[in-house]
Design a protein around this ligand. Structure first.
Ligand SMILES: [Ca+2]
Ligand SMILES: [Ca+2]
Length: 150
């Protein structure tokens, strides 16, 4: 006997509701989804034109680092003084703002005719959003702007 499309849809909907119930029943330990809105600025004194930054910018938690931005040294590195070019980037993370201890940047800059520059190497304590985090290196600095975490 054919229950018809609407019957199948109802059965699927019921299964969906059941599944939803199971998920929410176990959600006490579920991880929250948090949106991090940020931008990066790369400064390299003496560089002609925009720098070619590579490396990583992370949020440091007590037990791990969470990448916000990464550029591999072996890849084709775009020239850019800011990431993204306008506005802000969004990363979905699985922890609340309270869990962030530090903002870290380990960024170098590709130079074809000399050794690569160091733009940033280190961390700053997290003091909340709407704060620019200016992380220094031997040859420059990286500013991590965090516009919101929530
Ligand atoms: Ca340079
Ligand atoms: Ca360069």
């Amino acid at each position: 006997m054919d229950v018809g499309w609407s019957g199948k849809a109802a059965a699927v909907a019921a299964a969906g509701l059941l599944l939803t119930g199971v998920v929410s029943a176990g959600s006490a330990g579920a991880v929250p989804q948090t949106r991090v809105m940020f931008s990066l600025e790369f400064a390299n004194a003496g560089e002609s034109g925009d720098p070619e930054p590579y490396g990583a910018v992370v949020l440091r938690l007590s037990d791990r680092d969470r990448l916000l931005w990464r550029q591999g040294p072996a890849e084709d590195i775009p020239s850019q003084w800011r990431y993204p070019a306008t506005g802000f980037a969004v990363e979905e993370v699985e922890f609340p703002e309270d869990a962030v201890n530090e903002v870290c940047a380990y960024v170098r800059e590709r130079d074809e005719d000399s050794d690569d520059d160091q733009l940033a190497a280190g961390c700053l304590p997290y003091r909340g959003h709407y704060e620019p985090y200016v992380i220094e290196g031997q040859d420059g600095q990286v500013t991590v702007n965090i516009y919101g975490i929530g």
